[in-house]
Design a protein around this ligand. Sequence first.
Ligand SMILES: NC(=O)c1ccc[n+]([C@@H]2O[C@H](COP(=O)([O-])OP(=O)(O)OC[C@H]3O[C@@H](n4cnc5c(N)ncnc54)[C@H](OP(=O)(O)O)[C@@H]3O)[C@@H](O)[C@H]2O)c1
Length: 180
Amino acid sequence: MTRTQYYVAASIDGYIADAEGRLGWLFQFNDVEGVDAHYKAFLAGVGALAMGSATYEFILAEGLKAWPYAGLPTWVFTHRALPAFEGADIRFTSEDVSVVHEQMVRAAEGKHIWLMGGGNLVAQFARRGLLDEILLGVAPVVLGSGAPLLPASIPGPLELQGITRFGRGFVELRYEIPRT
Ligand SMILES: NC(=O)c1ccc[n+]([C@@H]2O[C@H](COP(=O)([O-])OP(=O)(O)OC[C@H]3O[C@@H](n4cnc5c(N)ncnc54)[C@H](OP(=O)(O)O)[C@@H]3O)[C@@H](O)[C@H]2O)c1
């Protein structure tokens, strides 16, 4: 059954990018044992992807030679005309997230939906009851300011489904959002 998952990593004070939109504080953990394999296992279960335009532009600015999510139908939320990435299956949209979510469920063909972020976009899904799980990587850093993890109110309590530790300080907390 398709689950809608916010798979993300944040600082311990709840930011997914620093105040300048950078992620170096997070990428320093990419080589920690188990992190890459864990990510690949997650990605193998994903059938559709959504992100906001700032996240898309961050990926574009990385100057990658190949689209890292090849074969995955990807919705990029924007009100602007943005450049496509050759070889990527991207649908630019400004439709309501509920409408897009129905399209994503169909496209995912039973696999999961990855809401990549940012937080404001995922909050739009959460407010409509369209978010099932948060897979929250917590990086052992404090940023003090930046892009928020999830500016929404979910009274919970969320159900903690798992805790995975990587190396000396990186943790993934897996939460399910209870259905009311
Ligand atoms: N740590 C992590 O795991 C992680 C994950 C994801 C992202 N990030 C980082 O977080 C930062 C971006 O986060 P963010 O929250 O600032 O931005 P974001 O969600 O990536 O992009 C926000 C933009 O998306 C567009 N948008 C949002 N909702 C929309 C809707 N319903 N319809 C149409 N357009 C919509 C708007 O831009 P326009 O309409 O002007 O285009 C909005 O300004 C980036 O630095 C990114 O790399 C980190």
